[in-house]
Design a protein around this ligand. Structure first.
Ligand code: GLU
Ligand code: ZN
Length: 301
């Protein structure tokens, strides 16, 4: 089967070392099997995303030699498609409006999901039509999840199982301001582009059962998943966008593209030592078996 992979960056800032790492592995995975790569700009959240960042992102990927074959419409222009998927779920009675305030959701007694986020208590799950009509606040919209385990085998992290009711709870599909949620958008877009492999940071591992469950509800095929290790500082913190010295603006001043790829390839187990290398040279030897799954400490890049 022809493999289709994707880059799905969010234009909420300059690309960071961690984004470069995920993009490099997505590129190597698809190039090493002769597949094609789709670029999709995930500018779903109008408050956080800027068109100028999207342009810079593309220039940075090109500078690295991480090329793509086609570009999908950016998420900000796809709300029609998301609306349709939302309606399909709504017709099946899976969606309901939630009127809870932030404070209600974050009540101290609230149980927590596996990733530390607050589990939704189900307060608005069974409101009557009269109770709904009495609310004046614009609601967000949640999907009703079953008390069911969703399992998959990740190509890097191995077996992963989450019980939707206890591990994440009824989750938001559309915000009160009308913006569709990442979980719905990503599933809709990956299916439309025919994506067969998803390579991304392991911070999204716990989102994957939700996405697989949505794929099943909507009759979409399930791609293969590869959740790559995160880059962390020596004190165990995740390297973040706040660290300016690790964004592409600073990195491009200090490295050649080949030196930067070599550093990352060495850090994850693809090279025995850090040496300048082109992406296409790495692709010749690439195998997921070589990629370590533990997070990677970056001391002084
Ligand atoms: N847009 C997300 C990010 O930049 C990635 C989403 C995904 O790969 O599914 O973190
Ligand atoms: Zn609610």
């Amino acid at each position: 089967m022809q493999q289709i992979g994707r880059f799905a960056p969010s234009p909420s800032g300059r690309m960071h070392l961690g984004n470069v790492f995920s993009a490099m592995l997505a590129w190597l995975s698809i190039r090493s099997c002769g597949g094609t790569l789709v670029l999709r700009i995930e500018d779903l959240d109008p408050d956080r995303c800027r068109p100028a960042y999207a342009d810079t992102l593309k220039r940075d990927l090109e500078w690295l030699g991480l090329t793509w074959d086609t570009e999908q419409a950016p998420q900000s222009r796809r709300s029609e498609a998301y609306r349709e998927m939302f309606s399909r779920l709504e017709e099946r009675g899976l969606i309901y409006p939630c009127y809870c305030s932030r404070t209600e959701l974050h009540a101290a007694s609230a149980p927590h999901a596996s990733d530390g986020t607050v589990l939704y208590a189900g307060t608005c799950r069974n409101l009557t039509p009269e109770e709904r009509a009495a609310r004046t606040k614009a609601p967000c919209w949640r999907v009703r999840v079953p008390d069911e385990d969703v399992s998959f085998t990740d190509g890097v992290q191995g077996e992963y199982t989450q019980n939707l009711a206890h591990g994440c709870g009824d989750f938001i599909l559309r915000r009160a301001d009308g913006v569709y949620a990442y979980q719905l958008a990503v599933v809709t877009d990956d299916a439309e582009a025919g994506v067969t492999q998803v390579v991304r940071g392991s911070d999204l591992l716990s989102s994957t059962p939700r996405q697989i469950w949505l794929q099943r509800q909507l009759g979409f095929p399930e791609p293969d998943y590869y959740h790559v290790p995160l880059l962390i500082a020596p004190d165990g913190r995740r390297l973040s966008k706040r660290e300016r010295d690790l964004d592409m603006g600073a990195l491009r001043e200090r490295y050649t593209p080949e030196a930067l790829l070599g550093l990352l390839a060495h850090a994850c187990g693809l090279l025995s030592h850090s040496e300048a290398v082109r992406a296409d040279e790495l692709a010749k030897e690439f195998s997921w078996r070589m990629v370590r799954k533990e997070n990677i400490v970056i001391a002084n890049p």
